[in-house]
Every structure is written in structure tokens, then in C-alpha cells.
Write a protein that binds this ligand. Structure first.
Ligand code: ARG
Length: 460
């Protein structure tokens, strides 16, 4: 008994080696519910086109429903001879309905338009799932920002002290890229929804008078593909999805790296909750930031899935080529990775405790207020070029004496320049420095409070 979908012109069945190589059911089985949904929609357009009687259509739908229940319960599974999910489900239908009825469904469709459609449906569902998980993470970051509103920390460039910033401002700087990832997913979904490939057939469309727009609507799309070749051959929707998952990985990894650094003895900025950190099998004192490290590590894997996929797609001639079967595992892996990583990461963020005293104390150190002196001088009418020099001279004196800027006396300032009157002290505090940065997007408290509301209003 042949189970392949293409036996007619072959004298012999496929060699065992080919069967082994060709099989994809171990990874494409997760598409089964979508394939069955496609079969239902297809049965209806066959009936609408007069190719299936009302009774046959009803019987077919009942057979598909029974098969769907068996797939769901695990009573029906792929056999070693089933090439792919489509082949297996066709076998299931034939077994249930017999060849006369079961064999009618394949008219006017191909695995090429099926797979392109099912893959879009699957990715759209998981795009929504990943969106919900990323939204939960953004909310956890926003909650930490809200709780710690007003706490200062050292802002860094080149990992060196630069200017004091609010901890909330810093945290929200990690939330915004994730908000853009959410917007990317929404944008991606709108594009994919408009382009259902079902009805494109193998590549050229169908001669049977089937209505692709009706199938598209049944399957939750807003439209069907305008080009049957493009609809069956293009996988930019997969690559774009893989890019968004890779970008989410990179965004998590950047935050992860900071948590790893903040969690060191030297920084001592954060304490990880016991439930979200691990120990060492040999060193009893250890408490390790494994979630952050796994996030950093897995981001490499997400990037690899994207680049591997792009390499597969590069240089493929139109239309369908079997190479395209290689499009699924990388993005399935990216989805599986994010769906376990994001909840753990969100838990780690939600339970993170900040050593705010230490962060505040370090905020102005390393001459982080030098820019404030320069900008104060500019407000007194000094050209910035000179102001920069004078502030630099203050730093030099402090470095020589091993003191901080606010330790300079009025006489020290006057000796550097008469422009440095005692009024300069008003900016030599963290609060003065922070509240002066009140431009839109700046780190002043009023602006950060405003920013938090803006961030929350942007969540889908
Ligand atoms: N399993 C195939 C894939 O994942 C489905 C399409 C196969 N089409 C074909 N003509 N061999 O791409």
C-alpha cells in the first residue's frame, strides 16, 4: 500500500534512504491543526465550485473533525512512511472515509500552497503568544521603574561613569526596544494576514474555479495572494519573523549583560531572588545569574536561526524548491526558545532587588558632574569651548588631590577661573544635575514620569 502522494508515474517506491532523508513529520507535526483547518476551508470552496456535493462535503468535514480529534488526543500519529504532515493527514482521511470520498479533497490544492499558508497561520498564532510574553516583560520593567522613581544611579558610556541618571530612566531604556519589537510583530502580522497562499496550487493557480478569497477569510486572513508563484515560493515572512525573534533575543541579552555585571561583588547594584538564581555544585556560597546568562547565550542561537534561514533562501529559483522544507526548524526553535525564556526572564526582572543606596552614592562619582559645570558656565554666558576647558581643569585639580568636584573650595574654583563663582555649587549635586536635564526624553524626574505613561500607552 503506497502512502506517498505521488505514486502514479513511479514503477517502484522510494528507497529507504530517501524516505529517511525526506521525512519531516518529526518537526512539522505541530502544523497538523492548521492543515486540518485548511482542509475544512478547502472542502467548502470545492462544494461552492460544484465539485463536491453537499452530502459529500458534510461527510468530508465530519471525517476531518474526527481526524482532528484523534490528532489532538494522540490516537492518530505519523507513521515512518509518511513523508510529511500533509501526507500523514491525507492517509488519516483516506483511512476514515475510504478512497472515493477521502481522495476528493486534494483537487485544486498542492502541498506547496498548503505549507505556505499553514506556516503563516502557525507563525501568526505564536507571534501573538510571544507578544503577550514580551508585553508582560515590558510591564515588569515598567513596574520596577515606577517603584524606584527618583533613585539616581551612575549613567555610563564606554562603561565609564558619564552623568548621573535616574534608575527608572535606565530601566525604561531597556523597555523601549521591546515596545518596538511588539510594534514590529503587529506590523508583520498585518502584512502576513493580507496574503493567504491557499489556492495558488503548486505555483500557477487553479483551473477549478475555487475562491482563494473565501479560503483566506475562513482561515483568518484579510486577503489572498495576488501572485501564485510568489505565494508558494517566498519565505520573507519567515525571515522577518525570525529577525524579530532574534532582535528580541538581542534586546534581552543587552539587559541580561547589565544584570550580570550589576550582580557582581564589585558593582553590588542588585540582588537576585533565590527563585530566579542558581547555586554551584562545588562552591556553597555561589548564587549565579543563570537566567541572564541563558538569555545572553540563547540570543546567539536566535541570531543563528535567522542567518541560517537567510542562507537557505538565498539564490533559490522560483517557484517551490524542496530546500524550503528547511525553513521550519530554525524558526520553530526560535519560538520554542523565546516561549521558555521570556517567562523566566520576566520573573527575574519582577523579583530583582536594587541596592539603591549604593547606586545613589556612586551616581556623582568619577567626576560625573563635570558636564554640569560646563553647562552651568554656558548658562552664565561662557562659550562652551572655554567652559569645557575650565570644567576639565577642575577635574584635573581633583584628580591630583584625590578629591571629588564638590570638595573644591570657593577659592579653588576662583583660582581656576573667575567665572566659576560659588553659584556653580547648585549643579554640583545629583538632584541639581538630574532636574536640569528636563528636555523631552531627558532624565529629569518630571520627564521620566511622563515617559513611563507614554510607554504604557504604547503597549498593544
Ligand atoms: N514538506 C514540504 C515542506 O515543508 C511541503 C511541500 C512539499 N512539496 C513538494 N512538492 N514536495 O516544504
Amino acid at each position: 500500500e503506497k502512502t506517498a502522494l505521488w505514486g502514479g508515474r513511479f514503477a517502484s517506491g522510494p528507497s529507504p534512504e530517501l524516505v529517511e532523508l525526506s521525512r519531516s513529520t518529526h518537526f512539522d507535526w505541530r502544523l497538523a491543526p492548521y492543515d486540518l483547518a485548511g482542509s475544512r476551508a478547502h472542502a467548502f470552496v470545492l462544494q461552492a465550485a460544484g465539485l463536491l456535493s453537499r452530502e459529500d462535503c458534510t461527510a468530508l468535514i465530519a471525517g476531518i473533525d474526527a481526524l482532528a480529534a484523534d490528532v489532538e488526543s494522540g490516537a492518530f500519529v505519523a507513521q515512518p512512511d509518511d513523508e510529511d504532515v500533509h501526507t500523514a493527514l491525507e492517509r488519516g482521511l483516506l483511512e476514515r472515509l475510504g478512497p472515493d470520498l477521502g481522495g476528493r479533497l486534494r483537487a485544486g490544492r498542492s502541498r506547496n500552497d498548503q505549507i505556505a499558508t499553514l506556516f503563516k497561520m502557525y507563525l501568526r498564532d505564536h507571534g501573538r503568544r510571544i507578544s503577550a510574553l514580551v508585553t508582560a516583560l515590558v510591564e515588569a520593567i515598567a513596574a520596577q521603574a515606577e517603584t524606584h522613581m527618583g533613585v539616581a544611579m551612575p549613567g555610563r558610556t564606554h562603561l565609564q561613569h558619564a552623568q548621573p541618571v535616574l534608575l527608572s530612566h535606565h530601566l525604561l531604556a531597556h523597555a523601549w526596544p521591546l515596545v518596538r519589537d511588539l510594534e514590529r510583530l503587529v506590523d508583520w502580522d498585518r502584512r502576513v494576514a493580507a496574503d493567504s497562499p491557499y489556492g495558488a496550487g503548486a505555483l500557477a493557480g487553479s483551473s477549478l474555479g475555487l475562491d482563494p478569497e473565501k479560503v483566506a477569510a475562513d482561515l483568518g486572513f484579510t486577503g489572498s495572494t495576488p501572485n501564485s508563484i510568489d505565494g508558494t515560493a517566498a519565505r520573507d515572512f519567515v525571515a522577518e519573523f525570525a529577525f524579530v525573534t532574534a532582535q528580541i533575543g538581542v534586546d534581552l541579552s543587552r539587559l541580561a549583560e547589565e544584570i550580570i555585571i550589576w550582580n557582581t561583588k564589585e558593582f553590588d547594584f542588585v540582588t537576585l531572588d533565590d527563585g530566579y538564581s542558581t547555586g554551584s555544585s562545588i562552591m556553597p556560597q555561589k548564587k549565579n545569574p543563570d537566567i541572564a546568562e541563558l538569555a545572553r547565550g540563547k540570543s546567539g542561537r536566535l541570531i543563528g536561526n535567522l542567518t541560517g534561514l537567510l542562507a537557505t533562501l538565498k539564490g533559490l529559483p522560483l517557484a517551490y524548491n524542496r530546500d524550503l522544507q528547511e525553513d521550519k526548524e530554525p524558526v520553530f526553535d526560535s519560538i520554542d526558545t523565546l516561549e521558555v525564556l521570556l517567562p523566566a526572564f520576566t520573573g527575574m526582572i519582577a523579583t530583582l532587588r536594587f541596592n539603591t543606596q549604593r547606586m545613589q552614592a556612586l551616581a556623582p562619582q568619577g567626576f560625573a558632574l563635570a558636564t554640569d559645570i560646563a553647562e552651568w558656565l554656558v548658562r552664565q554666558g561662557v562659550p562652551f569651548r572655554d567652559a569645557h576647558e575650565l570644567s576639565g581643569a577642575c577635574v584635573q585639580v581633583c584628580e591630583q588631590r584625590g578629591i571629588e568636584l564638590w570638595d573644591l573650595t570657593d577659592e579653588d574654583f576662583a583660582a581656576i577661573s573667575p567665572a566659576l563663582t560659588p553659584g556653580v555649587r547648585e549643579v554640583l549635586t545629583v538632584e541639581g544635575s538630574l532636574s536640569s536635564r528636563d528636555s523631552r526624553g531627558g532624565t529629569a524626574l518630571v520627564r521620566v514620569v511622563e515617559q513611563l505613561a507614554e510607554l504604557r500607552s504604547r503597549l498593544p
